[in-house]
Design a protein around this ligand. Sequence first.
Ligand SMILES: NC(=O)c1ccc[n+]([C@@H]2O[C@H](COP(=O)([O-])OP(=O)(O)OC[C@H]3O[C@@H](n4cnc5c(N)ncnc54)[C@H](O)[C@@H]3O)[C@@H](O)[C@H]2O)c1
Length: 339
Amino acid sequence: MRVLVTGGAGYIGSHAVRELINSGHHVTVLDNLSKGHEEAVDPRATLLVGSTTNHELIIQRLHAHQIEAVMHFAADIEVGESVLDPYKYYANNFSNTLKLLHTMVIAGVKKIVFSSTAAVYGNPERTPIEEDQRRNPINPYGRSKMMTEMAIEDFCHAYGIGYTILRYFNVAGASPDASIGEDHKPESHLIPRILHAVRDGGEVRLFGTDYDTSDGTCIRDYVHVVDLARAHILALEKMEEGKGNIYNIGSEKGFSVREVIAACEKVVGNRINVIEEKRRPGDPAVLVASSKKIRKDLNWEPIYPRIETLVQHAWRWHSNHPSGYAGPLDLQLSTFQTS
Ligand SMILES: NC(=O)c1ccc[n+]([C@@H]2O[C@H](COP(=O)([O-])OP(=O)(O)OC[C@H]3O[C@@H](n4cnc5c(N)ncnc54)[C@H](O)[C@@H]3O)[C@@H](O)[C@H]2O)c1
């Protein structure tokens, strides 16, 4: 299939691009490089440096590359920033996706895989969280994703767009060959923060040790980025125009913050300096996905379910790329103006 991948220079998108190409698909990446990295983009893909807001040119490229489906990763992803600057999140995550969906309708592209998040559930009513739990996000990031989910559902109903919404829980790890990995600036995710602290001799702040969990720290569900990327390919290949599905992607097994720290210590062979702090407001004690539905419908099984493997692959990436990606390369790219 010929696929447009928005945000394909980012962490998860770049892994999906590689898996798509390895599975025989043709990929065009659209990324404005606001957070992405040119070096992360598989050289077998065509990279268009531009924004999802650039309506006319996207329509032109959808036609020119005979695109049949869109994988939409492009978004801003910082929950804290979304509270301080909600306009940025509603504009980029919701409004720009609405424009992209309209572009797809005009160009006759009728399939989309959308990156959503556990944040649409807010404080869950039950765990493991099943897909039919009420959406009740508690911050603008989660709300921007919920609003986008709703728009996609309406576009399916009205214009026959087929969709798969994948709600990710905690994504971690890197390509096992350490050639691509996680390089967010700023980095807010637990595993890379711990590994940065090990590398730089710093400390890790642990928020809340009095939760009602086995060791008092929060429990989260981790999925390896390559397993997540594989889920996108399965979703794409099974999708039908005019029909939609929503799946959680987690491993169904939660790990506490202390367990994650212990796994990191084991992999790097060093003690980690931990500073215990009070709870942060808005952090639920347990966020664990039920992934029964995706296992049953799409036959998805994680290849890397062990937390140690996630950490090992992440550590290999961080050790080989101590400053992340080197920075913009002077590549000859197929470039168009952003609006
Ligand atoms: N990382 C996680 O743990 C996690 C968890 C849940 C959901 N998600 C979702 O997964 C998706 C990818 O996350 P990520 O961690 O790879 O983030 P990322 O920041 O690494 O990648 C996002 C990419 O989108 C690009 N981008 C942003 N706005 C754009 C626009 N308007 N036009 C073109 N390109 C644009 C950025 O340059 C970047 O390359 C996001 O939609 C995010 O909300 C991520």
